[in-house]
Design a protein around this ligand. Sequence first.
Ligand SMILES: Cc1ncc(COP(=O)(O)O)c(C=O)c1O
Length: 341
Amino acid sequence: MTTSEQASAPTMITGPASPTPVCWVNGSWTSMSEYGLTVATQGLHYGTGVFEGIRAYWSEQDTCAYIARLPEHVARLLESCRLVRIDLGLTASEIQDVIMELVERNAFSGDLYIRPVAFKSRLGPGTPFGVGLNGVEDLFAVYATPMPRRERLATLRCGVSSWRRTPSDCVPARAKITGSYVNVALAVDEARAAGLDDAILLNTGGTVSEASTTNVFAVSRGVLVTPSLDSDILAGQTRACVLEIAGDLGMTTTERPLTVSELYTADEVFLTGTGHEVVAVGEINGRPIGDGSPGPTTAEIFDTYRSAVLREVAGHHHDWTTKVLLPESPQPSVAPSEGVA
Ligand SMILES: Cc1ncc(COP(=O)(O)O)c(C=O)c1O
């Protein structure tokens, strides 16, 4: 496995899995292998859906999982839903309970990636065929898949994409809208075709927006800089944690528009996201960042973030994680699917 392949490791499904994984679909627990969707699903046609990506870390010491930033992810999911008129019919705390129960029911004992997804499903009675948000039923599902943490800080080779980040006045970047990920898919495809790990996208104003599924940070002359929220970025949960960690460590941080030339000349560049956590960028468009290996600030941020989400230091940001207790006895059998597809 090359460094590049190792760097992409979190997208692989490996590790301990529940033998019969269950997911939650519109109020029922159902088997992952049994659930199907109709080809008439509206969100599939028009990208009218929203989702979240949430990580749970397994603690050997406490023999339980801890979910990172659970209330914050659920709050962002609900905001995304409001933008595309999806009504989950659940409160934030009920959604958190579903996610916790999902982890419990699957009795996973390893790191996980949890995917809540909500989308427009069937045209309601009297709603004409075609694009729209009103009069279309909503479907909300949550499932999880093993995603082991990386053993150490990874280094990615990136390129600046020829695809610009969709401007927020066209599709709001602050929301995780399924359809908007075509933008990212094109950029990732271009990067991989060029033998790179990931793409950094500029916004239509020509400044740095974000990488495919991560926020961008640069260390320049002792200052940690990240594109401001008006740079057509997703306000990442990991980004928020890193800004807080940097403050704790006494670093000067700035959120402002960032140019590509600043990336090329930065001492360090790193990316942050739930799946990738913190990863170093070793080169951009064939130009080494620093000496091409992770710099000291990136390494310190990676270590501190990891130890916070793994609750390694007593009292240190324990409010970032929510404890999930595994059931002592097996859960009752899965309810049959309601056939909502
Ligand atoms: C487009 C995009 N930007 C940034 C991020 C990082 O956000 P977070 O740290 O909340 O995972 C993600 C991942 O959710 C993303 O999809």
